[in-house]
Design a binder for this molecule. Structure first.
Ligand code: BV8
Length: 236
């Protein structure tokens, strides 16, 4: 990207592509999650009302799987940037895995929730959760057997949108990593970033659906593109 001069505040949006090389399925790619399961069967409040076992089994499987995976070079590079970047930096992730944090990043916002939290629909408490939910365990806070995965399902409002838009208004640079740009409102952030005057960069295996909104697109695997970009930024 031409001059990084004048870049103080950075927003980074990540998607399933950044965790693909850690062995976590993406959604839309061949063999992705949505080929194995119909979204509307497992990731909507209606599906949970209709067949809670199917939904809880789906998330128990994924919650167990991510605990066997490790962050990759892309996660580690962003953690390094997070540690040393003097300006504002916010990693807004659509991912429900904890690989950004396990790589050491702290300025992370999970807009679609987290696998390793359970949400009680009786007392609204969220509890750290690494085990299963299919057996309807009691809520650690209120004892009710009313726990659900703490993820944002289709038709539900993503988390902390006000913080995301506030950070977007301050951003000089918006970088998108490993996302197909298919799911809103996440997919609409690049357009808003452009309209707010931010520089825009896409790092992805292939062009995303919102590719035309990016000033620059670099194609390749995240474990190569992201460390190279972070080195570039840190050198400035
Ligand atoms: C809402 C959590 C309203 C659960 C998820 C506007 C237009 C059209 C539709 C809508 C719209 N606004 C809202 C909608 C409806 C809907 C939507 O967007 N539908 C789509 C399908 C058309 N949006 C919603 O329902 C949202 N809620 O709008 O609420 C509202 C308003 C007011 C009040 C109340 C409600 C909620 C959306 C969130 C749903 N939950 N996840 C779970 O994980 O199970 S979404 C989930 O899917 C992910 O979090 C992520 O967001 C999305 C998957 O996308 P990606 O992460 O990009 O993954 P994908 O596989 O698609 O692509 C991977 C990319 O990586 C590819 O480009 C590939 O090339 C690249 N890649 C692969 N390997 C690598 C790589 N890149 C680099 N290196 C590699 N190695």
């Amino acid at each position: 990207m031409a001059a990084m001069t004048g870049i103080r505040n950075i927003m980074i949006l990540t998607g399933a592509g950044i965790s693909a090389e850690s062995g976590i399925d993406t959604f839309r790619d061949a063999g992705g999650l949505w080929e194995q399961h119909r979204v509307e069967d497992v990731a909507t409040p209606e599906a949970f009302a209709r067949d809670p076992e199917l939904v809880l089994r789906f998330y128990d499987m994924r919650r167990a799987a991510i605990q066997t995976k490790a962050p990759n070079a892309a996660h580690h590079a962003l953690a390094r940037l997070d540690e040393h970047w003097p300006g504002d930096l916010l990693i807004v992730t659509q991912n429900v895995d904890d690989l950004h944090e396990r790589a050491g990043a702290s300025r992370v916002l999970h807009m679609h929730g987290q696998h390793l939290n359970a949400w009680c629909t009786a007392c609204d408490e969220r509890s750290r959760w690494t085990d299963t939910l299919l057996d309807r365990p009691p809520c650690p806070a209120c004892g009710e057997a009313a726990l659900r995965p703490d993820v944002v399902w289709f038709g539900e409002m993503p988390y902390r949108m006000d913080e995301i838009y506030a950070a977007l208004r301050e951003a000089d640079l918006f970088v998108s990593i490993g996302t197909s740009g298919a799911v809103y409102p996440a997919a609409g952030l690049v357009r808003e970033a452009r309209e707010l005057g931010a520089r825009t960069l896409e790092l992805n295996l292939e062009r995303s659906q919102g590719s035309l909104w990016f000033e620059e697109t670099r194609l390749g695997p995240a474990t190569e593109l992201v460390p190279a970009w972070v080195d570039e930024v840190m050198k400035k």
